[in-house]
Design a protein around this ligand. Structure first.
Ligand SMILES: [Zn+2]
Length: 347
């Protein structure tokens, strides 16, 4: 039971947990500005391949992939790429020496499986909702078989829920220190949401089959994207201003959603996000938004301003290529039960 809930939560890219921890909603209702297609050249997969919101799984990947199936401690079948699994077993044994017990919650998910989920959600809830909640097939690192979601076993008990796991900061810190020794990196770093497109996930690790490179990435404290040069590590300045309407937590989770959205634009460089102020969060504006989307149940809105530079390819957006934008408006809204949603961006 616990697991089916967890499974859905994973597929939904964290949208349900926005209130509890800083996950990102899938938000692929905007067409991403994508990088060029990659493909698998020879008989083996490229362990350094980048798969994210703008880089699709390379062509032919699934044909070349060699995997193993295992059963985890809660009885689920987990499929993992062969070498990644061998490395994981060594990591697991090493952690055991520190009395830390981990298991695999989820690893490989095929493109077809993700498509099936997307179709299912579309049928049940409509295309808009499906696009907002389910990760786009082809653009999840879990397709590679090299991305592993760990869970913790604490005093013999399985701790599988994200909001429970995130509390064990000391244990995660020990795990993270050992990853590179076995060719793994931590993938979704805190504060790098505009690069990775995901909120901080201490459990999501990625096998790159190269201890030296894994150590370099870890020591530099950078994302895989920055290492590969598809994103700059430019610091983003955040100004929450002062608000009587919203607590710092509310504004922080709004900023994370803006940053996550940004990851859909390959090569764009974000430099600042500012809260525009309470005087924009009016009932009049809220009603305007509700009028444009009568089915929405929004109760709060907020306006932010962003500074960023576009890349050479701005896709379907109305933005000019290679251009600096200052004070670019970004509106967010939320309902009582769900987290913030970015309403328009680059349109
Ligand atoms: Zn994951």
């Amino acid at each position: 039971m616990k697991n089916s809930k967890r499974f859905v939560a994973l597929l939904m890219a964290g949208v349900m947990s926005t209130a509890v921890f800083a996950g990102c909603s899938a938000q692929n209702n905007t067409e991403p500005v994508e990088a060029t297609t990659q493909s698998v050249k020879s008989g083996s997969i490229d362990y350094m391949a980048l798969v994210n919101k703008t880089h699709a799984l390379p062509d032919n990947w699934e044909k070349q992939l060699k995997t193993v199936h295992i059963k985890n401690s809660v009885g689920d079948d987990v499929e993992v790429e062969k070498k990644a699994y061998d490395a994981y077993l060594k990591l697991k044994a090493d952690l055991k020496k520190d009395k830390i017990e981990v298991d695999l919650d989820s690893a490989r998910r095929s493109v077809a499986e993700q498509q099936r989920i997307m179709d299912d959600f579309t049928k049940k809830y409509g295309a808009d909702y499906a696009a907002k909640t389910v990760a786009k097939p082809g653009y999840s690192e879990h397709h590679t078989g090299l991305a592993l979601d760990l869970y913790l076993i604490i005093n013999g008990k399985d701790v599988t829920e994200n909001e429970d796991m995130i509390k064990y900061t000391k244990i995660w810190a020990t795990i993270h220190k050992k990853l590179a020794n076995y060719g793994f990196i931590l993938r979704y770093l805190e504060g790098s949401e505009h690069i990775t497109g995901y909120g901080y996930e201490p459990w999501h690790i990625r096998y790159i089959d190269d201890v030296k490179t894994a150590k370099e990435i870890t020591d530099k404290g950078i994302t895989f994207e920055e290492y590969l040069g598809t994103a700059s590590g430019k610091k983003v300045t955040i100004d929450y201003g002062s608000s009587k309407l919203y607590k710092k937590d509310d504004l922080e989770s709004a900023v994370i959603q803006i940053k996550c959205k940004f990851a859909f634009y390959d090569g764009f460089e974000l430099s600042a996000i500012r809260y525009a102020g309470d005087n924009y969060a009016t009932d009049k504006k809220l009603n305007e938004i509700k009028k444009a989307d009568p089915k929405s149940k929004y109760t709060d809105i907020a306006k932010f301003l962003m500074d960023f530079r576009t890349s050479k390819n701005t896709g379907d957006t109305k933005l000019k290529p290679d251009t600096d934008y200052k004070d670019y408006e970004c509106w967010l809204a939320r309902t009582k039960d769900d987290g913030w949603e970015v309403l328009d961006f680059g349109g």
